[in-house]
Design a protein around this ligand. Structure first.
Ligand code: PAF
Length: 282
């Protein structure tokens, strides 16, 4: 596995690969890899000759009071994991490489970034869409893989690619969960032992809502019940629990053909998100 930190070097590498007729699968990450990220590598390998993973904790998607500084980082560990799963190239730029001067150009998707995480984290999606555009311009992938855990991010990236006619196919990979149901996240390591145990409330709430919907129960009642359970969970502070259409992210009052139940909960200063996409409820 190669590790490249320089934009002109990776461009050269990509040019050579494309000249040799190789297809490129791209897995953008912020590192501190877990099984969720590695499943994206598996997905990329299914349809591409070469897998490039970027590891870059992108400062422009963190608000001033968010966890940019404390976001977990361990490049040696990440390299070993990426290599073990068959990643061909890790692109690992530093902040100066990606943002050598003040950024005056931003890529912004409207409307669907104003709800859920976008409503709570001002400027977050503008940072994501800008860095993903930069990464796409650098890596020129045929396919890019994103995780369903960041369902809103996936919808936003899809819309950006469609609206701007970007020459890349976006694929989604399912959420990977711990044995107790907690969605894998780089932030999980920052939970205290007690909070880690209680964090199972996110997935439990989502599964209970799905079950209730499939039993024909009223969505508003299921949501209210879940909110009460979260309120009673030690250490948990609910940021949002919402039902939305997908990928348009409009508010829904009943779950018809396809709906997204999305949740964000703080434990201390660790913000966890999770979601469940319910298709054709019975
Ligand atoms: O999902 C993430 O890890 C990040 O938002 C991404 C897509 C790598 C952009 O920094």
């Amino acid at each position: 596995m190669e590790k490249i930190s320089n934009i002109s070097l990776i461009r050269e590498r990509v040019k050579d690969l494309k000249r040799d007729g190789k297809t490129i699968g791209f897995v953008p990450t912020m590192g501190y890899l877990h099984e969720g990220h590695l499943s994206l590598v598996d997905e990329a390998k299914k349809s591409c000759d070469v897998v490039i993973m970027s590891i870059f904790v992108n400062p422009t998607q963190f608000g001033p009071n968010e966890d940019y500084d404390s976001y977990p980082r361990d490049i040696e560990r990440d390299e070993a994991l990426a290599k073990s799963r068959g990643t061909d190239i890790v692109f690992y730029p530093d902040v100066k490489e990606m943002y050598p001067s003040e950024t005056l150009t931003w890529v912004e998707v409207e409307k669907i970034t104003g709800v859920l995480c976008g409503a709570k984290r001002e400027g977050h999606f503008r940072g994501v869409t800008t860095v993903v555009t930069k990464l796409f311009n650098i890596v020129q992938p045929d396919i890019a893989i994103f995780g369903q855990k960041d369902a809103q991010q996936a919808a936003v990236i899809h819309k950006m690619v469609e609206d701007l006619n970007m020459n890349v196919r976006i694929k989604l990979a399912p959420i990977v969960r711990e044995a107790d149901g907690l969605a894998m996240s780089s932030r999980n390591v920052r939970l205290s032992t007690a909070d880690r145990k209680n964090a199972v409330i996110l997935s439990q709430s989502l599964f209970a809502i799905k079950e209730g919907i499939n039993e024909g129960k009223e969505l508003s009642k299921l949501m209210e019940k879940a909110k009460q359970v979260i309120l009673g969970t030690p250490g948990a502070r609910l940021d949002y629990l919402e039902a939305r259409s997908y990928p348009d992210l409009e508010t829904v009052h009943a779950c018809k053909d396809r709906c997204l139940i999305a949740i964000a909960v703080y434990f201390g200063n660790v913000r966890l998100i999770d979601n469940i996409l319910i298709e054709n409820p019975s």
